[in-house]
Design a protein around this ligand. Structure first.
Ligand code: NI
Length: 167
């Protein structure tokens, strides 16, 4: 098992725009497995490659309680969005901070799996939130960026305070 290091705010590398994956080889599958190990160990329900300082369009997700339904989305693209839902989100790169974020309630996403097979799926509720949150990471966006300037400021202050305490 290989655990990868997760970047946390205010690390500027989290703002990097990820590049599409063009080669689906053994190395990519190993990386996807390491991403899953890292996510489960954290523990979290989603992780984007950006968060481990690898700037390719790959995210892993598992929202199941038993942690036995891993999903790997490579080059994901949301092709349809519908409705609105508000969900309290957190992020492994923003430890200790939770905030309500407005997202589409139902989405349709096309992607490749880690083996390079073309896939398409519909998602709603938590899975839809998670996919939108992780795709944001690939575009250098963290969930705090969706908050009002005042709420974002308060969240960042809290983050800094907690970093001081743990120093
Ligand atoms: Ni996140």
């Amino acid at each position: 098992m290989t655990l990868l290091t997760i970047l946390t705010l205010p690390d500027k590398r989290l703002k990097t725009i990820a590049k599409p994956v063009t080669v689906f080889d053994q190395k990519l599958q190993e990386f996807a497995n390491n991403m899953l190990d890292t996510m489960y160990e954290a523990p979290g329900i989603g992780l984007a490659a950006t968060q481990v300082d690898k700037h390719i369009q790959l995210v892993v997700i598992d929202i199941s309680e038993e942690k036995n339904q891993p999903l790997c989305l490579v080059n994901p693209k949301i092709i349809q969005k519908e409705g609105v839902q508000i969900h309290e989100e957190g992020c492994l790169s923003v430890p200790g901070i939770y905030a309500k974020v407005k997202r589409a309630s139902t989405i349709e996403v096309k992607y490749f799996n880690e083996k390079g097979e073309k896939k398409k799926m519909q998602a709603d509720e938590l899975l839809a939130v998670c996919i939108q949150h992780e795709i944001d990471h690939l575009n250098g966006v963290v969930f705090l960026d969706h908050l009002s300037p005042l709420k974002r400021k308060m969240a960042i202050k809290k983050l800094e305070k907690e970093a001081e305490i743990s120093d």
